[in-house]
Design a binder for this molecule. Structure first.
Ligand code: BJW
Ligand code: ZN
Length: 266
């Protein structure tokens, strides 16, 4: 994988100093942090939206029109994600949250890799401080399209016809993956928690997101309004870059350990 140009040492040193001095930190992550685990991003070269149309797969109207095709895509992604493991970027964030105590991880990702990293890095201890706020849901969970009940998702979904798709045991309506599609509201409690944490943070560390999808893309702005700073880790510029006090260009898997793993950090 192209790791991009090396991050200038001076920017990295400034970012490390900012993290070190911060009382509260919020980390906002996107698909780029899981790219090095083998999970495709959405936009850019090799992104899912290069091969699939979001309006056919990630919209409630698509599910109403053709639930079989939507389930086919999500069953494929569930299998792909289940075979992936957290990478050094997830691990470094989990270690920071576990040792610092005032770090919140907010992720747009539905892949569950932050949670798996938290469990691994906690090493049998309590992973709770590193369990993320998942603003776009979780691909491994089902949501009833009728009564809204949630249940663990299956990995053996028969997608050959609508008749074989999973149904709710309570109301018999079709189940769907418990993720947020375009045009759907994010869960109020979850979104408030994300904005509240960002609004109290001294540093908002934004890693691997194109910062194009709202309202998640606005979460770092709450840190700026509070007087904190944004540190961005990405392979390329995004709409957030002009708001970032420090931009580190390169891969999250290389940069996050370099930024966060140090004996002298909190
Ligand atoms: C690396 C790297 C490496 C690569 N290291 N970096 C305001 C303005 C304009 C539009 C809107 C607006 N407000 C709302 C909208 C509409 C819409 C929207 O934002 N559209 C824009 C795209 C134009 N938003 C919505 O519809 C949202 N709902 C909503 O607003 O509801 C309002 C409402 C209120 C009340 C009642 C009813 C409605 C919902 C958005 C849901 C998004 N869903 C998806 C799919 C989730 C399920 C699934 O996975 O299947 O979420 S779309 C997809 O995009 C997914 C992601 O979470 C999300 C963000 O993508 P992300 O994570 O940023 O990934 P990429 O691929 O875009 O970027 C990867 C980045 O990583 C790149 O920058 C790379 O450079 C970088 N990278 N490798 C570091 N190794
Ligand atoms: Zn139901």
């Amino acid at each position: 994988m192209n790791q991009g140009p090396p991050a200038p040492a001076e920017a990295l040193a400034r970012a490390r100093a900012a993290v070190q001095a911060a009382g509260r930190i919020v980390a906002v992550t996107g698909a780029g942090i899981s790219a090095e685990s083998g999970i495709p991003t959405f936009r850019g070269a090799g992104g899912l939206w290069r091969s699939f149309r979001p309006e056919d797969l990630a919209a409630p109207e698509a599910f109403q029109r053709d639930p079989r095709t939507v389930w086919e895509w999500y069953a494929w992604r569930r299998g792909l994600i289940a075979a992936c493991v957290p990478n050094p970027g997830h691990d470094a964030l989990a270690r920071l949250a576990l040792r610092q105590g005032h770090t919140t991880i907010v992720t747009q990702n539905v892949d569950g890799l932050h949670t798996r990293a938290a469990e691994i890095q906690a090493g049998g201890g309590d992973p709770t401080p590193a369990i993320p706020v998942e603003v776009h849901g979780a691909i491994d969970r089902d949501l009833c399209s009728g009564c809204g009940v949630r249940s663990p998702g299956s990995h053996s979904i028969e997608v050959s016809s609508v008749e074989t798709l999973p149904r709710c045991v309570v109301c018999d309506a079709l189940l769907r993956p418990d993720v947020i599609w375009f045009g759907e509201a994010l869960e109020t409690r979850v979104l408030s928690q994300a904005f509240s944490m960002a609004g109290q943070a001294d540093v908002c560390l934004v890693a691997g997101t194109s910062a194009l999808v709202h309202p998640a893309a606005s979460i770092p702005l709450a840190t700026l309004e509070h007087g904190g700073m944004v540190v961005e880790v990405n392979m390329e510029d995004t709409p957030l870059t002009r708001h970032a006090a420090i931009s580190l260009r390169g891969s999250a898997g290389a940069l996050l350990p370099a930024l966060l793993d140090a004996d002298d950090l909190p």
